[in-house]
Design a protein around this ligand. Sequence first.
Ligand SMILES: [Zn+2]
Length: 274
Amino acid sequence: MHAPSLPLSFDWEDWWQLCLPGFSEASRFEDRLARATDLALALCEDLQAKGTWFCLVDQAQRHPELLRRIQAQGHAIALHGLDHTRACDQERPAFLRWLEEGKARLEDLCGAPVLGFRAPEWSLRGSADGFLEDVRASGFRYDSSRAPLAVLGDPGWPRQRHRRPDGLEVFPPPVVGKGAWSVPLWGWGMRTLPEAWLRRQLRLKAQAAAGTPLVIHPWELDEDQPDLPADVPFGHRWSHRAGLRGYGPRLRRMLTNFDLRPLEAFLDLGTLVP
Ligand SMILES: [Zn+2]
């Protein structure tokens, strides 16, 4: 029997990179990206998995050697942004420039075409809802920026991979449940909900909606990271910290026997919902 297949993705950013005022200044925080990247690369090796790493250009410039190591292990590079700014906090012309510059600079840094984009904090929402057109116009083949969840997006958005009329392929992150009871199968959801239930949900996703990407932040594997500052809102601090202890072993248990591949491997598979 074939192992169920799922796309695997990492949002490559450091532990402190929240979308909040004052959190764009790297000098304020301990740089732990090398450690987190090592942990995530080791996880991939143990699972014999390849993934797509959505990278920030500011971090790729700070750590070109880490970018090279990610590529050398056979993973795909996509864009998370020029920096960790929400799309919905930008005016549309500025977003377009930010996106185009991000793509061009990341392609220079990694020496390969960058096909995919994921906005920081699922932020092609609200006032940025229509910005998806700019993603296609900037030369991307696919987008993974819109979470079908009330808190971070819109529960009415499709939960399955689909192709837009302009040809852009869309990979929504995995969500389970109805209405107010919907939960994300990433972040705090993957770290705290019962393992057997999560594993069953991932298997169902692999069968019914192949193309729903797993989402991991390398910093989630770094158990010894500092606490976020006390003035960060409680909800952010909770969703950042809950279930960090033991997450690496948990992922190794849950994801064994899945065939994990980059999102790029799921393009043009011919099973898209119109
Ligand atoms: Zn991010």
